[in-house]
Design a protein around this ligand. Structure first.
Ligand SMILES: [Zn+2]
Length: 411
């Protein structure tokens, strides 16, 4: 069979898998995989289900669990291989974990029961990152069902802990099994993209997550002069930190948005009642920093601005680093993995994709830090981490076809 014949057979087959894709999404959504850092019990149930499924297809599946005292059996990291004509590999890495539902009143239905509404598959994790899991698995299944041997050996990697730092996921896997991956391999990470399928992400901003702790003095709210109100100080600190946008104003057109971002996000609960002046407040800052800047510099400025502002209210402030992930060298926009993806997207979606940078948060940085060229791509509805998260079935079929195109290409 020629390449064109193979690809058209695989495409036909993938169109027939719509029901199977819905069913796989349903199974994945029902197996809650929230990491212990976010109050969950980990990815074990979902990983066991997928390991069994892939093994039943005849694939060799290895688990490299990262020990985690909070989770019996550790945090699973699955690697499944479909042998190709060549030893060099094409990898698709997706993550097993999901974020919690957030405010459940914002959901129109149970986050952990798949709901189908036309083309929409709704439920926690359907986009982030079941979309990557389902599309890549179905592409492999189509090859298996049709008895087609891919050009390169296809590797499916399903990691834990992407949402809370990857210390028990890809970072662990790369540290303990470095021989798995080679710079000759093509590495695709379906974990971000745009709705037009045209964003092939090759560079990331540095990620800096900071915890700001304000300590004052608790007192009765009727006698505020006896306390030091940390919530008022917190509000002023948040406003003062807007200065970061002017101090670190560089723009880089590879990225969207083109500048560094500094967002106050989580705020820990303080006092449990209305008539108490809070004496301790903790909030978090999520910074996405252009490669032009050193995250250490940002942290120092946050500390200086924060302290100067808090002092005006008689409140002390300290800053802790929760996560600091320095941006890795970008993947070459002319690398084989980018070219293979761009060609596949052109064939399947009829659009010209372009290599770009994004705000970070994908695991591709761990590959790039080790000189492994990885490209992040999938078609998204921009619903990750949102209430009523959904992905589109039509995009699952399309993205599976893109993966199959890459698997069949002699890149
Ligand atoms: Zn994700």
């Amino acid at each position: 069979m020629t390449f064109d014949q193979q690809f058209s057979k695989v495409s036909e087959r993938l169109e027939e898998y719509r029901e199977e894709m819905i069913n796989l999404q349903r199974e994945l959504v029902s197996r809650v995989a929230v990491g212990p850092d976010q109050g969950g019990s980990g990815e074990g149930e979902k990983a066991a289900f997928l390991q069994k499924l892939l093994t039943s297809w005849g694939l060799k599946v290895d688990n490299y669990p990262a020990p985690d005292g909070r989770v019996p059996g550790g945090r699973p990291n699955l690697v499944a291989l479909l042998p190709g004509r060549r030893h060099e590999k094409v990898w698709v890495l997706s993550h097993l974990d999901v974020v919690p539902p957030g405010d459940e009143t914002l959901w129109d239905s149970d986050p952990y029961t798949l709901r189908v509404d036309g083309d929409r598959l709704i439920g926690r994790g359907t986009e982030d990152d079941h979309h990557g899991i389902v599309a890549s698995l179905m592409a492999v299944k189509a090859l298996l069902d049709l008895g087609i041997t891919p050009a390169r050996t296809v590797g499916l990697v399903l990691v834990a802990d992407e949402e809370t730092g990857s210390g028990y996921g890809l970072d662990f896997l790369l540290k303990t099994q470095p021989h798995l991956f080679s710079p000759e391999d093509l590495i695709i990470v379906p974990d971000a993209g745009n709705p037009e399928s045209t964003l092939v992400e090759v560079a990331e901003k540095s990620i800096l997550w900071l915890r700001l702790i304000l300590l004052g003095k608790q007192s009765h709210a009727s006698r505020p002069q006896l306390g030091k109100n940390t919530l008022r100080a917190t509000a002023h600190v948040i406003v003062a930190l807007e200065a970061l946008h002017q101090e670190f104003a560089a723009k880089n057109p590879l990225f969207s948005p083109p500048e560094s971002t500094f967002e106050p996000t989580q705020k820990e609960a303080n006092v449990g009642n209305i008539n108490t002046i809070p004496g301790r407040d903790v909030f978090y800052l999520d910074c996405r920093v252009l490669p032009e800047y050193d995250p250490g510099e940002i942290r120092a400025r946050v500390e200086a601005i924060g302290k100067a502002t808090a002092e005006k209210f008689g409140v002390s402030l300290s800053v802790e680093v929760v996560q600091e992930l320095r941006s890795a060298p970008p993947t070459d926009p002319d690398s084989p993995v980018v070219k293979a993806l761009v060609a596949a997207i052109r064939e399947v979606y009829g659009r010209e994709a372009t290599p770009q940078g994004i705000g970070g948060g994908t695991v591709a940085a761990f590959f790039r830090q080790r000189g492994l060229p990885a490209a992040v791509w999938m078609t998204v509805s921009n619903m990750a981490h949102q209430p009523n998260e959904f992905t589109l079935l039509s995009n699952l079929v399309g993205d599976a076809r893109v993966f199959a195109h890459v698997f069949l290409t002699e890149a």
